[in-house]
Design a protein around this ligand. Structure first.
Ligand SMILES: Cc1cc2nc3c(=O)[nH]c(=O)nc-3n(C[C@H](O)[C@H](O)[C@H](O)COP(=O)(O)OP(=O)(O)OC[C@H]3O[C@@H](n4cnc5c(N)ncnc54)[C@H](O)[C@@H]3O)c2cc1C
Length: 431
């Protein structure tokens, strides 16, 4: 039998994973990436020897990412954060509750808050996720906690686990799923571009053709019926394919089939998750014992990623500071991020070797909202009304958040196009 020809549009983590899995499964794969570089939002820049990811990136353990990377033989190296962690409130650091003893001793909460929180956390594992899809995270927290400190702490945990501050829109299903999973994370040595280059190698080794600076301008459909027959590039050349996998955003796929009202509808209902980020390369850490701060009085985060991963030159430190943004959140503010650093690392300003501020980065294309039914409300991998068309990304399918969803949807495409593809069992929330 002739190998099915598959065109993959997009060379981020999702597109590269899909291409590698499909090529390994016997498809003739060509991947088109419009930029000069692979990686999409998984890129890392070298600034004065410091490895800057595009904002703070942490690879979830035990989810779709590690599953797909493992399947392709990629073993990410790095370290797990945890030591030197604090809560940040009123410009001061407080002990981070990480277990019963630290919960009892922290001054971040009073006794009534501690008792309420301990009760909620003890019963969290038994919470049924399915009925939470259409409830907002704020409503769920307010139903279960009456103490203001306890609410502030849980919402801070939700922000760091989902990357989203818009708790008035976010479905409680994805928030509680993350709290239940308590995902351990890995800071990757050398940054996420090491994952990108490993995936590139796997894709090439399996026979994928990679075309860079190749923007696809249209998905082509057969004259009879709506089945895909290939893609057209911006320079006018056409490329025949039996299946097309779009591994970009909801707006990208809608632009490739401009007459398709359903794809346009999906693009219109996507609520993006955004963040403001400050990356810092420091010659030294003023306080080597203070490595992580999580705001409870605002959506702030700071973490010394180089404390556990190789991301800085000898003796130096690479720090990510971030503000989670939401539709109704505060405006992005570089000065506010600097104040977070003042609390975590007083005196840091005299040690700055490299810095980069980005007021508005797209973290994820699709916030699973209560209004759209949580994770199960995201568009499916198959595009049911266009045979042969598939989508991959952090906005597709019922499994995972952020890059986890990109990896999980890449795996689902491989399952769909390569029957019998060996894939480990997956965990979909809300089943
Ligand atoms: C600040 C920040 C922090 C984050 N932190 C985390 C984290 O801690 N953990 C986590 O799991 N995730 C995190 N993420 C999210 C993660 O980076 C993304 O979910 C993931 O990289 C998405 O990969 P992707 O391949 O689906 O999409 P992308 O990386 O966006 O790749 C899509 C690619 O498609 C290409 N493309 C689109 N249209 C076309 C076209 N017409 N022709 C050719 N090419 C096209 C684009 O150029 C792009 O390269 C974070 C993101 C940000 C910004």
């Amino acid at each position: 039998m002739k190998a099915p020809r598959v065109a993959v549009i997009g060379g981020g983590l999702g597109g590269l994973s899909a291409a590698a899995l499909l090529a390994r499964g016997g498809c003739a794969v060509t991947l088109f990436e419009r930029s000069k570089h692979l990686g999409g939002r998984g890129q890392t820049s070298d600034v004065e020897g410091f490895r800057f990811n595009l904002g703070a990136h942490a690879l979830y353990q035990g989810g779709a990412g590690m599953r797909v990377l493992g399947e392709l033989g990629v073993k990410p190296a790095g370290g797990m954060p945890g030591a030197g962690s604090y809560l940040l409130s009123g410009g001061r650091l407080h002990t981070m509750p990480r277990g019963l003893v630290s919960l009892l001793t922290t001054d971040a909460l009073g006794l009534p808050g501690k008792l309420e929180l301990a009760k909620l956390l003890a019963g969290l594992g038994r919470v049924d996720l399915a009925p939470l899809a259409n409830i907002t995270t704020r409503d769920w927290v307010e139903q279960h906690l009456s103490n203001a400190d306890a609410r502030a702490f849980i919402l801070a945990l939700v922000r760091v686990m989902t990357y989203c501050a818009d708790v008035d829109a976010m479905s409680a299903q994805s928030a509680v799923a993350q709290l239940q999973a308590k995902p351990a994370v890995l800071y990757v040595d050398g940054g996420w571009s090491t994952l990108v280059s490993e995936l590139e190698t796997r894709a090439r080794d399996a026979g994928t053709r990679l075309e860079l600076s190749a923007r696809v301008s249209a998905v082509l459909l057969a004259d009879t019926g709506a089945r895909v027959r290939g893609v057209r590039l911006a320079d006018g050349t056409e490329h025949a394919a039996d299946a097309v996998v779009v591994a970009g955003g909801p707006g990208d796929i809608a632009a490739l089939l401009p007459a398709d009202a359903l794809l346009a509808h999906d693009a219109a209902r996507a609520v993006p998750v955004m963040a403001a980020t400050l990356e810092l390369g420091l010659s030294r850490l003023p306080r080597p014992d203070a490595l992580f701060a999580l705001g409870t009085d605002g959506p702030w985060y700071a973490s010394v990623h180089s404390a556990v991963a190789k991301l800085a030159p000898e003796g130096g430190a690479m720090v990510h500071v971030m503000q989670y943004l939401g539709g109704r959140g505060p405006e992005a503010s570089e000065a506010r991020l600097e104040e977070v650093m003042d609390a975590l690392q007083p005196g840091w300003r005299t040690s700055v070797v490299a810095r980069r501020y980005r007021p508005s980065l797209l973290v994820s294309h699709w916030l699973p909202t209560a209004e759209t039914g949580g994770l199960r409300g995201r568009p499916s991998v198959e595009v049911p009304h266009v045979p042969g068309l598939y989508r991959v990304g952090d906005w597709v399918g019922p499994e995972g958040l952020l890059a986890e969803a990109s990896f999980a949807s890449a795996e689902s495409v491989a399952r769909a196009l390569v029957p019998g593809q060996q894939v480990a069992s997956r965990r979909a929330v809300g089943r």
